[in-house]
Design a protein around this ligand. Sequence first.
Ligand code: ZN
Length: 304
Amino acid sequence: MNKGQIIKALSGFYYIKTAEGTIYQTRARGIFRKKKITPLVGDYVEFSYGTEKEGSLENIFPRKNELDRPAVSNVDLGIVVMSINSPDFSSSLLDRFLVSLEYRDIVPLIYVTKTDIATEADYIQTKVMCEDYRKIGYTVILPEHKKEMEANDVKASLQSYVEDKTVVFIGQSGAGKSTLLNKIDPELNIKTAITSKSLGRGKHTTRHVELISVMGSLIADTPGFSAIQFDEITEQELSECFPEMWEEGKKCRFSSCIHLNEPNCAVKEAVKNGEITEYRYKNYLSLLEEIKNRKPRYGKKGEK
Ligand code: ZN
C-alpha cells in the first residue's frame, strides 16, 4: 500500500502527495461515507493505485489535530502574524492565539510585521515583549527596525522552522498575513485574495483549502481562524496552555490549583516576584473568567 498526505480535496477527488513528491488523484472508498468519516486535507493516508488514472483512498491514519477554519488536519506549526501597529500589538490577542495552538498541540511561531514603518518607541516596546515570549520558550521573529523584508529575507528567517512541517498562518485581519504569504509564494496570496473577494458575493463560499509545497513544507493557502472560541477547553487545561505557568504550577500546594484564590500558589508567587509577567497572568485570568462564564454546550460534544 502507498502512503502519503492529502494536499487537496476537490469535487470528490483527494490529491495525495507521497514522500517522493508525486501527486496521485484518488477517490475515497465507500466505507468512509458509511462510517461518516470525511477525509481532510492534511490527513496521512494509505492508498492503492493501479495503472488507471484514479487511485483509491483506503485508510486514514489517526489525526494529531484538526482545525475547522481552514479545514485541515495534522498541523505541526502555527505562524502567528502580529503587527506592531494598526492593529496594535496586543498581548491578550496573542495569548488567545497561543492558547488555541497549544491546546491543539501545534507549535507556535510568532512573526512580527510592520517593523519597517513602526516608530522607535513602538518598536522598542514590542521588542521588550518579544523578549518576554522568548524567555517562555517561544520562537519570535522580529525583523530589524526600518528595514523592509524582501522575499528572500522572509524565507531565510522561516526556512529552518517550516521544513518538513504542515503549516498554517493565523492572525488578526490587517496584520499583514497576505503581504507575508505573497513574499513566501505568490500562489499562496492569490488564493487568499480570491477567497476574500468572492465571499462578499455569496459565490464560491466553500473554502477549498489546499496545501502548497513551499520551502520543503506544506503551507495552507487559506489563513487560519482569526476569532477564537474557547468551546472545549477546561479551566484545568487552560493553565497547561501557558507553558511558564504549567511549569511553575507543579510547585503549587494543590495539584488541581488553577492559580486563582488557592493558598500557597507558586504561580501567584512567581507573578509577585516578576518571574512570570503580570500581563500574561492577567490574560490568563481573563480567559479563565471566559471559560467560567461559558454557557454549557448541548448536543455537539463528543460527536466528532
Ligand atoms: Zn497555583
